[in-house]
Design a protein around this ligand. Structure first.
Ligand SMILES: Cc1cc2nc3c(=O)[nH]c(=O)nc-3n(C[C@H](O)[C@H](O)[C@H](O)COP(=O)(O)OP(=O)(O)OC[C@H]3O[C@@H](n4cnc5c(N)ncnc54)[C@H](O)[C@@H]3O)c2cc1C
Length: 407
């Protein structure tokens, strides 16, 4: 015992050291809140620099309160993409309906935000880069848990010991795999695959989204501003997940080109642009559903634990809310087991409600049969005459507790 009467090995005031794997959205958000509650935080990111690609993402409901408490709401409002129109097209490119984007997305005009994913990632990173250690171009090779901590061997060869580790490494989280086993057990395939990439804006589009559909296929061109770049998106129905075809970039390109061969409108130009794109991202549309989000001293946050799929538009919002709630639980409970249990108890219902948004017909944006497409188009024509949609209750289904300050 020490002169204070405390055991030598346990100091109640020692800074706890935590390693976060992944510098996407949930990783830096978690780093921010953990730093505020007195943790020493390290973030390891596989990529050589912040990954600033990706389609625009939404921040809605409870997540707006998280970014307000972080003090970044004004910056995100400046970065908000003010889309003015969403035009739905038929097989030949004829207009089916032209709508206010909020009516389609179920977001609240003037309140919810849509920003480039890269802008959100950069703003979050700027909040923490001076206070948090970032290890780019590295990743966790092995995790070895004991009573005292987690011994981590990195791919670079360095070795460190942390009190806790959090996997914030996305939908295909290697941390989840090393802890809980193969992704297939937790992956709920939703019947679609998608390809996103950027291409030149030779169409003169500005602040608008064009969405083309035939049964089982969809294509979108999204002009997020007036600039000369478009976000292109190709989505297609596949009853079985094509795990093998998605492993290799050439096979991905061939699969997408084969599916869209012979399609009308601007699809041939899009497929050609996809072949040349250096930022192509192809994946299955799916969710991650796990019975538990932690094991011992390691927990998961964001897509790694509960990816809801882009069909819900809630991936980044769940990541921001999950990061806040996990940090708050760790701030309130020095015992990590109690903290992880509280995090799971308080967030699971919110996650379940948001993941269930796809069960409630959100995929109607991508009908797979001619009949479903006709019904969807009739619904869209009706929407034209209706006022802007109100928010989905799921988006705000969690009331954030006050953040427990550092002891
Ligand atoms: C490049 C990119 C583009 C995206 N585009 C879209 C999009 O267009 N639309 C959409 O809805 N969602 C997109 N997403 C997913 C979206 O960002 C997430 O749904 C959401 O923001 C949840 O964030 P997250 O931090 O949990 O996961 P992510 O944002 O996926 O971040 C995970 C991070 O972990 C890193 N990582 C992966 N493996 C390792 C490893 N072994 N070690 C260390 N780091 C690792 C990744 O490089 C990434 O930076 C994209 C993600 C990325 C990485």
């Amino acid at each position: 015992m020490t002169p204070t009467g405390l055991p030598m090995t346990v100091s109640t005031t020692a800074k706890r050291e935590i390693l976060i794997s992944g510098a996407g959205i949930s990783g830096p958000a978690l780093a921010y809140w953990l730093h505020r509650s007195g943790f020493t935080v390290t973030v390891v990111e596989k990529a050589g620099a912040l990954r600033d690609g990706g389609y625009p993402i939404d921040i809605r409901g409870t997540a707006i309160e998280v970014v307000r408490r972080m003090g970044i709401l004004p910056r995100l409002r400046d970065a908000h993409i003010d889309s003015r129109r969403c035009t739905f097209l038929d097989a030949e490119g004829g207009v089916v309906a032209s709508l206010n984007p909020h009516a389609v997305a179920g977001s609240v005009e003037g309140q919810d935000l849509e920003v480039r994913r890269g802008d959100l990632a950069a703003i979050l990173y700027a909040m923490v880069r001076d206070d948090v250690e970032f290890l780019f171009n590295d990743s966790i090779d092995t995790l070895d848990q004991s009573e005292q901590g987690v011994d981590v061997t990195f791919h670079s060869g360095r070795r460190r010991t942390f009190d806790l580790v959090v996997g914030a490494d996305g939908m295909h989280s290697p941390t989840r795999e090393s802890l809980f086993g193969p992704e297939e057990q937790f992956h709920r395939y939703l019947g679609y695959c998608f390809a996103i990439f950027t291409m030149p804006n030779t169409f003169g589009l500005s602040h608008e989204l064009m969405l083309w559909n035939t049964p089982g296929k969809a294509a979108a061109l999204y002009a997020v501003g007036d600039n000369d770049e478009l976000h292109a998106f190709l989505n297609f129905h596949q009853p079985e997940p094509p795990f093998d075809a998605l492993r290799d970039p050439d096979a991905q390109r061939d699969l997408v080109a084969r599916i869209f061969a012979g399609a009308g409108w601007e699809i041939p130009r899009m497929v050609n642009a996809m072949r040349d794109a250096d930022d192509l991202f192809v994946d299955m549309v799916g969710q991650i559903r796990m019975p538990h989000w932690s094991s011992g001293r390691v927990a998961l946050v964001g897509d790694a634990a509960y990816a809801p799929s882009f069909l819900t538009g809630q991936g980044s919002s769940l990541a921001l809310v999950g990061a806040y709630m996990l940090a708050n639980a760790l701030s309130a409970n020095r015992d990590h087991t109690a903290a992880f249990a509280a995090y799971e108890r308080d967030v699971r219902g919110f996650v379940a409600m948001n993941q269930a948004l796809v069960d409630n017909g959100e995929a109607t944006l991508f009908p797979t049969t001619a009949r479903a497409l006709e019904q969807r188009n009739t619904m869209l024509r009706d929407l034209v005459t209706m006022p802007s949609a109100t928010a989905r209750p799921a988006h705000s289904a969690l009331t954030l507790p006050e953040f427990v300050p550092a002891p």
